[in-house]
Design a protein around this ligand. Structure first.
Ligand code: GLN
Length: 539
């Protein structure tokens, strides 16, 4: 029987529950266990694909093409495992399945009710994920904060699982301990209240991870222990850190892994985090910086800069920079600024390399195209991801091939020179307003052209599989024109003859990819294209 560890959050959101979950997984994995992780999102949305990244953060994509919460990215980066649809649960998915079953008479004529049928469906999915991944431990992160109306049915599922499998279920609360400036002391009351609310849902936490600016001292731990009914050794500090990759190491300092094993009546085991620790040491050492600019639009929200929308891109840049023992410095460059005034473009010279990441819709597009032109002409290393690649094609068509009216039908539906266009089957979907989960999603084959930079980056492999999330494609009608003027088609999808990679000669690094390589970069395994991009940016 696999063991199930539920991770819930207390006090407030955004305190790193996903990283905590991934780190617990990492520790147990390093002790020799097979781990999988499930994220439960309390939204009605069936998946994250229809959500604006400014609101919900990045939409992560799995090999099997699920558009899901960015936490699955954290799990993959930490565990170095590829997850799938079964690792992602939303309220929408659960209700949809229950209602469909009811319509098919799957409940045999009985009354279908919120409790137990909704939690039961969630439990069935959790069990399925354990089976599919042959896991010893399944980590289940419940999104939101305890006390919210939205995630109650999932806490209910957790409670019901504990009744069914008493020795195999564990509850961990990740809670926040503020240190108010005017008091100057770490306060435990919000955590006490969070535990009380969890108790109201019928759940007693076995372990509490105390997120705060610093380590929890003895008096704080004692207080939480007494008021929350938790052994003092099961109250673990989770202080602010520079890099998320330090978290598993910090948890192990407080013996979290073996405390978990003990709760399941399993023998203590030594963890093997050697390679991990070595790289964390590299991160912490003083290093020369490498400056990467990201030209995007999903990071401005009011007075704040939001990095969550591009989290996988950021992590992929970091992984590759650390590989070369450099300190990654990432700068947010607003596409709108270049659009308004071309004089700002020369600022691009301040960076070692420029990335234009994925995106949707008109806003900022012309600014990004200007930035790409500048990178091409000034020989600044450039990596275009999905939309970034499409815009590089438009720029090349306009300014090198002389097709001044070149555009994508995404931005100009009736444009005369659609160098980027939708495939016919996508056109039909758009007409019927079938937007959710219908893009070209997940892993597709890419055949690399021998002798190209990309082929070399991939270790001279002929084939790679990369993850996609897009509706538009390079229009094959224009392939010859582009190639005649020197654009290299460095990768194609053989099944549908779609362009996957473009690159330019006589440039230190100019590559655009129709896929999202950032989704496959892992802490100990940087992605080959990001590695090559960083390498070029070093010069
Ligand atoms: N908007 C573009 C498309 O749908 C690019 C998508 C992306 O960058 N992920 O094809």
């Amino acid at each position: 029987m696999p063991k199930f560890i539920f991770v819930a959050g207390g006090v407030m959101s955004g305190i790193g529950k996903g990283v905590a979950t991934a780190s617990i997984g990492k520790i147990l994995q390093s002790k020799g266990f097979k781990i999988t992780a499930v994220k439960i999102d309390p939204y009605i949305n069936v998946d994250a694909g229809t959500m604006n990244p400014i609101e919900h953060g990045e939409v992560f994509v799995t090999d099997d093409g699920v558009e899901c919460d960015q936490d699955l990215g954290n799990y993959e980066r930490f565990l170095d495992e590829s997850l799938s649809t079964i690792n992602y649960i939303t309220t929408g998915r659960v209700y949809q399945a229950v209602i469909n079953r009811e319509r098919n008479l799957g409940y045999g004529g009985r009354c279908v009710e919120v409790v137990p049928d909704i939690p039961d469906e969630a439990i069935a999915r959790i069990l399925k994920s354990a089976k599919k991944n042959r896991a010893d431990f399944v980590l289940i992160e419940i999104g939101g904060t305890v006390g919210e109306y939205q995630n109650m049915l999932f806490l209910e599922a957790a409670r019901m699982m504990k009744i069914r499998y008493p020795g195999d279920v564990l509850f961990i609360l990740v809670s926040y301990l503020p240190v108010p400036k005017m008091i100057g002391e770490m306060k435990t009351k919000p955590t006490q209240n969070a535990v009380r609310m969890l108790n109201e849902a019928g759940i007693q936490p076995d372990i509490i991870l105390g997120r705060s600016s610093s380590l929890l001292d003895r008096p704080r731990k004692k207080k939480i222990s007494i008021f929350c009914n938790v052994n003092i050794r099961d109250i673990i500090s989770a202080p602010d850190i520079k890099s998320i990759y330090e978290v598993p190491i910090n948890f192990e300092k407080e013996n979290l892994g073996n405390r978990i094993l003990k709760k399941f009546d399993l023998n203590s085991k030594k963890s093997n985090l050697e390679k991990w620790e070595k790289l964390v040491k590299v991160i912490k050492k003083k290093k020369k910086p490498i400056r990467i600019g990201i030209v995007g639009k999903y990071f401005e929200t009011g007075k704040f800069t939001l990095m969550d929308s591009y989290i996988s891109v950021i992590e992929a840049v970091k992984h590759a920079a650390w590989f070369y023992k450099k300190k990654p410095e990432i700068y947010w460059l607003s596409a709108g600024k270049f659009e308004k005034d071309s004089r700002f473009l020369k600022e691009l010279k301040d960076y070692d390399g420029i990335i234009v990441p994925g995106g949707f819709g008109n806003r900022g597009v012309e600014g990004k195209i200007k930035a790409i032109q500048f990178c091409r002409e000034e020989k600044i290393p450039f990596l275009g991801l999905c939309l970034g690649m499409q815009l590089a094609v438009i720029e090349f068509a306009r300014n090198v091939c002389g097709l001044k009216k070149a555009n994508s039908t995404e931005f100009s539906a009736n444009c005369r020179i659609p160098v980027i266009d939708v495939m016919p089957e996508q056109k039909a979907l758009l007409k019927e307003k079938k937007y959710g989960g219908t893009m070209r999603l997940g892993a597709y084959k890419c055949e690399l052209k021998t002798g190209t930079k990309s082929w070399r980056a991939y270790g001279r492999n002929k084939i790679t599989f990369e993850r996609h999330r897009h509706r538009y494609e390079l229009n094959n009608e224009f392939r010859n024109v582009l190639e005649d003027k020197g654009m290299i088609i460095a990768g194609i999808n053989p099944e549908k003859d779609l362009v996957e990679i473009i690159e330019l000669k006589k440039h230190p690094f100019f590559i655009g990819v129709q896929f999202h390589p950032e989704f496959k970069s892992r802490f100990l395994k940087p992605h080959p294209l990001f590695k090559e991009f960083i390498k070029a940016s070093l010069h």
